[in-house]
Design a protein around this ligand. Structure first.
Ligand SMILES: [Zn+2]
Length: 433
């Protein structure tokens, strides 16, 4: 048989249909992503996938590889080595036995995700993807499943911690990566013996006094409404962004949280829920609507100057930080607040040319803290003004439903801060002597 080379090609979607063209390797030895050589010219076809072109006798055989350039290059190298080995073996009058194929990580990962989709667990596929994408990025130097080492798992944890993800989130992501390792039939007892421990910290909540000062500082009705919605419905940021006027039912005084396909918004865990609106909040919503009748379907919409239409506001966290700073409510002792007082000397000397420091964003103010405050308030015992008696907070299962928590454990974390207040009240009301 002639010495026919294996070539790396790319199947491309061209204006005239699907075609195979040679993939282009750049000067650095890396593939130029999506670039192929068409009659000597480099052409970019974003849609397509890589393949190996080899020969079986005189027949051309294409082996599909996927869309990852480094995986494709690795497959080419491996196949070239194999061909060389076969030729040397043949020259020596021997025959080499091919090992059963090693599992390409990128391909196995795709199969793993589609297996979840095939089982009908879209939720699982989604959380697996969230964890898996980053895991594969962290171990980008690995091509095959059997190359994964315990160090890679540690590296992954570190990468997550560096992004300041909550320990609890890291623990969840870890479990999903372990599911992938199990799918690869790897020995998870050796690779990932322990789920990272996460401290069960008490959730941070805003103090009543803080909220009073913050709301008093707000000058625009839009901001007032925005943060009243956060504080009095406990919605998640994505939910708040996609709330529409039609989600309000004035007769039942409720707010419906549901998916918004038109904005590409899905509810977490695919569950709708309905929240009661206080009389004050409902009135505030109606007053705001009457004052701004032409702002599109979204309650907290923002004018998109590029698209020239009202769309979801993705900068509410930034808005919060700016308002807090303007109101002089930055805590002054978190890392971010302190950083701004310690200006590096280099910057000071070159003050004219140095970019101005970004405004300090206090770490003690964030959107999720409103949700935590809401949850705590629901659970907290309160004074019934009509009877003058202390009433218990809402029962935990009701609160779980209102929060849209997937499990009761998430809701139970808020019992402690809620208790804190009532314990304090009790301590104060005891006659000690
Ligand atoms: Zn601060």
């Amino acid at each position: 048989m002639a010495n026919k080379k294996v070539a790396l090609v790319r199947r491309c979607k061209t204006p005239v249909g699907w075609r195979y063209y040679p993939a282009v390797i750049g000067k650095t030895g890396k593939l130029k992503p999506c670039v192929v050589s068409v009659a000597g010219a480099e052409v970019w076809y974003p849609e397509g996938y890589y393949a190996l072109r080899s020969f079986s006798g005189d027949q051309i055989v294409y082996t599909k590889l996927g869309n990852n350039p480094s995986d494709a290059l690795a497959a080419l190298e491996r196949s070239t080595h194999l061909r060389d080995a076969r030729q040397s073996a043949a020259a020596a009058g021997a025959k080499i036995v091919e090992e059963p194929g090693r599992k390409l990580l990128s391909k196995a990962y795709k199969d793993f995700l589609s297996a979840a989709v095939d089982r009908g667990s879209l939720e699982a596929a989604e959380v697996y993807e969230l964890a898996g994408d980053e895991f594969l990025k962290v171990i980008a130097d690995k091509t095959y499943a059997d190359e994964i080492t315990p160090d890679d798992i540690v590296k992954y944890h570190k990468a997550l911690a560096k992004r300041k993800l909550a320990a609890r989130t890291i623990a969840n992501r870890h479990k999903n990566v372990v599911a992938f390792l199990l799918y690869l039939k790897l020995d998870t007892k050796t690779l990932a013996p322990k789920t990272p421990r996460f401290e069960k910290t008490t959730p941070e909540i805003y103090k009543f006094e803080e909220m009073r000062v913050f709301f008093n500082s707000l000058r625009e009705d839009k901001h007032q409404l925005m943060f009243d919605i956060y504080l009095q419905t406990g919605v998640r940021e994505q939910e708040a962004m996609h709330l529409e006027w039609s989600d309000i039912d004035t007769s039942t005084k409720t707010l419906k949280l549901r998916a918004k396909p038109r904005w590409g918004f899905k509810m977490k865990d695919y569950e709708q829920r309905e929240l009661p609106l206080s009389k004050e909040l409902l009135e505030e919503l109606q007053t705001y609507r009457a004052a701004h009748p032409d702002q599109g379907p979204l309650i907290l919409g923002k004018w998109n100057t590029k698209k020239k239409e009202w769309g979801p506001d993705g900068h509410m966290l930034r808005t919060l930080k700016q308002l807090v700073r303007a109101a002089g409510l930055n805590c002054g002792h978190c890392d971010s607040c302190l950083q701004t007082y310690v200006t590096p000397p280099r910057r000071r000397r070159n003050a004219k040319h140095a970019p101005s420091l970004p405004p300090p964003e206090c770490e003690n103010w964030f959107l999720h803290k409103f949700r935590a405050t809401y949850c705590t308030n629901l659970l907290r015992p309160h004074l019934d003004e009509r009877t003058g008696l202390m009433e218990a907070g809402l029962d935990i299962v009701t609160v779980q439903k209102m929060m849209g928590h997937g499990d009761l454990a998430s809701t139970m974390r808020y019992l402690r801060p809620a208790e804190g207040a009532s314990v304090q009240t009790a301590v104060n009301s005891i006659k000690w002597r």
